[in-house]
Every structure is written in C-alpha cells, then in structure tokens.
Design a protein around this ligand. Structure first.
Ligand code: GL4
Length: 835
C-alpha cells in the first residue's frame, strides 16, 4: 500500500499533547487520557485510573521512537537479533520508561500539581512476572541493553495470561495464588490482531513426489491454533531506539466449529476453543519434573513456530531468496526451551518453502546460537518420543533425519566407537526413548555458550563435553550482566545522585566509568555520604518490612540478605544453620557481644518441590522463635518477605550490607543477583561458584568474603565417598544446631516436622552443607568483625561498586554482538527529521 501522507510531512507535531514534556502539556495529557481512555472524571477516578492515564501519557512519548525504529529497520534491512525466550521477567515498565526517556522529574512535577503522588502511581503497576527467576530476568536485562546499544533486535516469547504465581505465607508455609496481572489492563502492550500465525498440532504426515520429481511431505494436523502478536516497546536509555518484544497469545482458529454447531454440539465446540487457548494460560514454575507435560512442549513449539513464521514473513517482504535468511536474522536460543525451533525452521524451509534439505540445513545451522543456563541434570530437557510422535509427528521425522546425518559425520570422527555416538545422539536410547533438546540445540547452532567463566569450563568438561570435542570452535563464554538502569538508577536514586555528583552520569551507559570512584574510597567525607545513602535505603526497607510483616527491624543492624529462588543447591538452609548457631551462642551467654544482624530472606519455591517449601517453613519457624525471644532482642531478627519479585528486588538490593551467594561450588551457573547486590555496595559472602568467581576477581579478594569447598574439592569429596555424619559427629556446635531443630524447638515440640530436611543432611547431604558449615561460620565471624570497623567497611563497599563495570549487561551484549551475532548498531533518526 502506498502512503497517503505527502513526502516530508511530519507524522506528528513537534510539541503536542502526545509528545510534549512541558509541565502544562504533561498535565493536560494526563487529564485527557483519564477522560478519553479511562472514561473517568477526576473525582471518581481510582488510583489505577490515574496510573493508566499516566502510563498512556508516557507511552505516547515513546511511540514516535518506536515507529521510527521499526521504519528504519525495515528500510535499511538491518541484520537483526531475535532473542527467543520462554521467559521475560520484565518488572514494571513505568518507572523504567521515565528513566530511559529522561522525563522522570517533569512527570513527577506534573503529577504533584495534579495532587497525586508519583510513588503511589508507580506502585500501582502489576509487574509482568513472565519468568521464574534469573533466566527470565537476564532476558529482560538483555532487551534493555540491546535497545540502549541501538542493536536491531526483537524479543520473542509467550504472553502468559498468568505469570509466576504470587506467594503468600500462611502459618509459615508458602501458598500459591494465581497471578492475574492482566486483570486491570496492560497499557504497555499493543495488540496486533492482524499479525497471526497458524500453528499445527498432532495428526499424521504423508509423502508424495511432485510433478518435478521432488519428494514432498504434507502434515495433516489434528488441529490448528493461531498465535496472535502482542507488542511491547522496549526503549533504550536516552536513545531513539525502541525495539519490540513480541509475545504470542494462543487463539482458537474459529470461535465456532460450524459442523458441531449444526449438529447441536455447541458446548463441545466451545470446549475445543478453550483447550486451544490453554496453551498460553500459565507459566510453568521451575524445579519440577516437566517430563511428559504435553502443555509445556506445546508452549515451546507454539512460540517457536509463531516467531519463525513471523520472521520469514518479514524477510519475504524484501528478499525473495530464503537461502540467505541467516544473513538477515540470527536467533539466540535462551536455554533449550525454544530448541524445537531447529526442527521447525527446517520444516518451514523444506516443506512450506520447498528449499532442498542441504540448503535448508545450511540456513538453519547459521541462524541459531544456543545459551546453556544450567548444569543440573534434572533441568536438562528431554521429551518422550511417544509424546513427540503424538504432538509433532513431522518434527520427529525431521529430527530423525537430522540425527542420522549428524551421526554419519560422528562415525567418521570416531570410527568403530559406539559410546560417543550414544552420548551425542539427539535420541536417548538408554531406556525409554527421548529427544534430548540440548543435543538438538548443539547440532543445530553455530555457537554455544555458557553464562560465566567457570560454568563454561564445566560445560566443556562435563555436560557438553562430547560436543566440545567435536566442535570446539562453536564454544565460548559470555558472562552474564545486569542493566544498571533498572538495578541502580531506578532502584537506588540516592546512590545514583551521589555517584553522578562526583563523576558525572556517563557511567549509566558506560559502567566502567565507576572506576573513577576508587580514589574516593579513601575520602572520609565521601564515605560518610555513602554510608548515609545506604542507611536511608535501609530505613526505607525497614518500613516496608514492618508494613508487610509487622516485624520491626533496626536499620543500624547488619542487613544480611538472601533473595533468590528457594532451592537446596542454593542452600538457604545453610544460612539458617548460621542463624541458629548465633542464637545458641547468645542463649549460652546472654551478654555475648555480637554484631546485631537482620537476616532477610525472599524467594519462591516450586509448588511441587516439597523440600524447598519445607525450607521456607524452617526459615519462618526459626524467625518466630528468634524474633520473640527477649534474650536475643536487639541482636538478631529473621524476616521472610513474601512474594519476592522484580519490584521487591528493587527495594532490597539498595538496602543490603551483605549478599549471600552460598550455593555449592559448581552448581550455580552464574547468578545475577550477586551482581545487583555488589553494584549497590553490598559485600558478598560466597563460594567460588558461577559469576562469584569473577566478581571476586574484579573487586579484589580483600573485598569479598570467601568460604567453602571449590568445585574440584566438591568433586573429589564426592568421588571419595562423602559421609556427612563424619562432619556432624566431629563438630559439637553443628550437632547441637541440628539437634535443636530435631528437638522441636522451632516447631512447638513437633519432632517430625523438619525430619525430612534433617535426615537429608545426616544421610546424603547432596549439596555438601555439612562439609561447608564450619568454613561458613568462620567466614561469617569475619564479616561481623569487619562490620564493626565502619570506615573500613564503607571503603570496601565503595570499591565493590567502583569495580562492577564488567557486570553491566551492556558489556555482555557487546560480547555477544562481537563474537557471536556479528551485528552492529543502527542509529535511529526520529520520523520527520526532527529530534
Ligand atoms: C539460571 C541459572 O540458575 C543462574 O545461575 C543464571 O544466572 C541464570 C541466567 O543465566 O540462569 N538457569 C536457569 S535454568 N535458571 C536460572 O536462573
């Protein structure tokens, strides 16, 4: 269609009600939106009405950038990154967009003049919790960095109607509540009902030879679902680039099955519609066996297929020749969740677009790159062949074909050897047959990476060792990073102001500039300001804690914080053992002089992960006893803050003195919370695991509290035959701690409640808590001493922040761009030629 708008005519005016940022314009725009979009007049408008009106006002101010970005990419045919992820844990948009647009102050004034409170409006936003934890949040940080670095990119994922469950704590136990985040509307998404992709499921395949003699396969599906696009603009920081996050919602193809309708089966037809639309209903929580969960595989296929079809559609608008598809697009697979894309792209190219197999395989292999995010064997995805056959019969054929050709090559590499073949095969044939998604991803990708240096080395040595032997050139490390825009500027305005006063605000886009703070670690006055900022943040968190839990905590105490998913390998229970150790020491000696501490926990357990839920109960149970005991008053407090999410993280990181990163060495792929804490001036107590290793390298060993076994030591101990009871029997303090829990002291005399946890520690202790206990306790003792020397502690805190440049997600994305994607920035000029 040709445009009706004359050449050179600006699409929107320079300063009108939808683009201007003067005080009067903003006020006017908010009131207009309240009236015309929310259909409310002020005296009856709810806080949510005002939140919506304000969000539309802000959204209006970024739309011009978004449209110009899309137009520029289209015109220039820029090489584009597509980040495929089943999870995007975005967090609230409003505050972030205000920061990135640079209009936070103007908006605050406008809102004030209207008699409203900006903080209240910001708190009104229901965050899109479309992820479980680190993996989903990393995807969100990467979108922010790609936009800020002006990289042409799309995020592709699933628009879950219900994101990660809300957590309530009742009687100390986790209770899951449905996350109805879309209930009051989502002003940040733009539905694109005309962008819809058919996605087939089930049925059978048949083949024939066409008139040109080509072998063709037709997939007669059992049913078809449509993927409908919902777009969210992702604005970069102080740039014109606003990229797109495109999330797919499943819709039934027709609202009525007419035949069923005619024969009177009206309700049956409606039921089928509901079944189709179930695909995008709910996010699956982590840490539960997913094997056999048909709906989960359907979700993965649904969003992979919709996204690839969309990319092909866009590509064909300007390029007729799909054999060069990989020159225009590269796809990053965020773990194996979208790995079915490898087979789907083959199917689209061969079956639908009639490329020959070899050409299609060349395109596919040059399109995908794969990031592995975990070494935990239980998290490696594999799907039973029978399920595949039933749901995706054509893909199973394609996978068999890929595998056969792949194994033919492997045979040349390992003549006469069957073991490597069995391990490399995409099909696990050791018992019931499965499709191994990590193997599919490795075979179908031109690049494979881990997410921290140690993790990548372990990948090469263990889980993906055989692939590393075969394709060493495909492997590289890309250490994770986090965006300083959300995790410092938005969440810690006090610290942001203090830093920018000293070194300007260039660090926000170039985090290495924080290095300029180093000399100030010796400056008494600066230290005092630094300490005051931290204290103010602690006061704010203390108020929040009191409001949410009723527990009063002292902002002068050491805030010792562990926030992350609850999991045995992350060892929140090791932290609890330390708390009980201190508690017993105080009970033994009520006049003991110890550093007062507030222990703060937050995190969700998978609904079906019994031990993790029991760990939450243990934390709250210990808290109930400790917080009420007059002997420890003023010295120890234990808080479990319910419903840890992005919004809550933004309050917590700025207020931490001590960051707990205490996983068993070798098991946390990277961690990203560890980076957020240090950026905000917390010191870390941690094992040599994941990115802790690199954080310690950067901040200096003297500014990091290290304890515990190293990965090789853990491996050696395991190989030797680890016996946890040896450690317990030889450590009276440890034994007393375990015995106190077993005695029912924290469970109203119930000696059974915590038995499953305790017997796990005594007998197997899969995560080596007993082996690391004493080292942890000793290290915590050093922390307590260090905290007494306030000047020294402040200097260490400043140095932690100053040396965090490496952990900006901007650095990570630059590494991906340079080493894997080979994409370059595209500068966006605003439509109409004006800024
Ligand atoms: C994770 C890792 O557990 C975590 O260490 C890492 O920081 C994150 C992002 O790379 O990915 N892997 C999975 S699965 N969930 C995660 O959070």
């Amino acid at each position: 269609m040709t445009s009706l708008i004359p050449e050179g005519c600006p699409i929107v005016a320079v300063e009108d009600d939808r683009t201007g940022t003067s005080l009067e314009t903003l006020k006017r725009a908010i009131m207009d939106n309240l009236f015309y979009l929310q259909a409310r007049f002020p005296s009856v408008a709810s806080r949510n009405d005002f939140y919506m009106a304000l969000s539309y006002t802000v959204r209006d101010r970024l739309l011009q950038r978004w449209i110009s970005t899309a137009e520029t990419y289209l015109q220039q045919g820029s090489r584009t990154v597509c980040y495929f992820s089943a999870e995007f844990l975005l967090g609230p948009h409003l505050g972030n967009n205000l920061i990135n647009l640079g209009i936070r102050q103007e908006v605050e004034e406008a809102v004030n003049e209207l008699g409203l409170d900006i903080e209240e409006l910001l708190n009104q936003e229901e965050e899109p919790g479309l992820g479980n934890g680190g993996l989903g949040r990393l995807a969100a940080c990467y979108l922010d960095s790609m936009a800020t670095l002006e990289i042409p990119s799309f995020g592709y994922g699933i628009r879950y109607e219900f994101g990660i469950f809300d957590q309530e704590i009742r009687d100390g136990w986790q209770v899951e509540v449905t996350d109805r985040w879309l209930r009051y509307g989502n002003p940040w998404e733009i539905p694109r009902p005309e962008v819809r992709m058919p996605v087939k499921f089930g049925g059978h395949t048949r083949s024939y030879t066409d008139s040109d003699g080509h072998y063709r396969v037709i997939w007669d599906a059992h049913h078809v679902v449509e993927g409908v696009a919902y777009d969210t603009p992702i604005l970069g920081y102080r740039v014109n680039t606003a990229n797109t996050l495109r999330l797919w919602r499943a819709e039934a193809v027709e609202s009525f099955d007419f035949q069923a309708f005619n024969t009177g089966n009206y309700y049956g037809a409606v039921r089928d519609k509901i079944t189709s639309e179930n695909i995008t209903k709910v996010l699956y929580p982590n840490d539960e066996p997913l094997q056999g969960k048909e709906l989960r595989l359907s979700q993965q296929y649904f969003f992979s297929s919709s996204s690839l079809q969309d990319m092909i559609r866009i590509y064909l608008q300007h390029n007729p020749d799909l054999s060069k598809f990989h020159q225009k697009f590269t796809v990053q697979l965020n773990d194996t969740h979208p790995a079915i894309s490898v087979a789907e792209l083959m199917r689209l190219l061969v079956d639908d677009h009639h490329l020959d197999w070899n050409t299609a395989w060349n395109v596919t292999q040059h399109t995908f790159a794969y990031t592995n995010h975990t070494l935990l064997p239980e998290a490696l995805e594999k799907w039973p062949i029978a399920l595949f056959q039933y749901l995706l019969p054509r893909h199973l054929e394609i996978i068999f074909e890929i595998n056969q050709r792949f194994l033919d090559q492997v045979r040349l590499h390992y003549p006469g050897q069957s073991d490597p073949l069995a391990r490399l095969s995409i099909i696990d044939e050791s018992g019931e047959r499965y499709v191994r998604m990590a193997n599919l991803a490795c075979v179908g990708s031109y690049a494979i990476n881990g997410v921290a240096a140690l993790h990548t080395e372990l990948l090469k040595a263990t889980v993906l060792h055989d692939f590393y032997q075969l394709y060493p050139e495909r492997f590289s490390n890309k250490t994770n990073g986090v965006t300083p825009r959300r995790w410092v500027v938005l969440s810690n305005p006090g610290l942001t102001g203090l830093i920018s006063e000293q070194i300007g605000d260039g660090w926000i886009k170039d985090l290495d500039q924080l290095g300029q703070l180093e000399p100030l670690a010796n400056d008494h006055h600066f230290r005092a300001c630094w300490g005051k900022t931290k204290h103010d943040n602690k006061v704010a968190l203390a108020e929040h804690i009191q409001a949410k839990t009723g527990i009063i905590v002292d902002p002068n105490s050491l805030f010792d914080i562990q926030v992350k998913r609850i999991h045995e390998y992350k060892r929140q229970h090791l932290n609890v053992l330390h708390i009980i150790t201190l508690y017993q020491q105080i009970k033994d000696n009520p006049h003991l002089d110890i550093t007062p501490r507030t222990f703060i926990f937050g995190g969700k357990a998978a609904p079906g992960y019994f031990t993790a839920k029991l760990m939450i109960k243990l934390i709250t149970a210990v808290g109930d006893v400790v917080n009420r005991d007059p002997d420890v008053a003023g010295r120890l407090k234990v808080v479990f803050l319910p419903d840890y999410n992005v919004t809550f993280g933004q309050r917590v990181y700025p207020a931490a003195d001590l960051s707990e990163q205490i996983s068993t060495a070798g098991l946390e792929a990277s961690g990203t919370g560890n980076m957020k804490f240090s950026m905000n001036g917390a010191l870390t107590i941690g094992t040599l695991d994941g990115a802790n290793v690199e954080i310690r390298e950067e901040v200096g060993a003297e500014n990091f509290f290290l304890f515990g076994l190293t990965t090789p030591e853990v491996q050696a101990l395991g190989a030797k035959g680890y016996q946890p009871w040896d450690y317990i029997q030889s450590n009276p303090q440890l034994k007393r701690v375990l015995d106190l829990i077993a005695s029912g002291h924290f469970s109203h005399g119930d000696t059974n409640l915590f038995q499953p946890l305790l017997s796990g520690l005594w007998n197997q202790d899969k995560y080596y808590l007993m082996a690391d206990y004493q080292s942890y306790i000793d290290c915590q003792q050093q922390v307590s001493q260090a905290y007494q020397n306030r000047e020294q502690w402040l200097a260490m805190s400043i140095l932690n922040t100053a040396r965090m440049g490496k952990f900006s997600s901007d650095r990570s994305i630059q590494d991906y761009c340079r080493d894997i994607w080979h994409v370059s920035p595209v500068i966006i000029k605003l439509n109409g030629g004006y800024q």
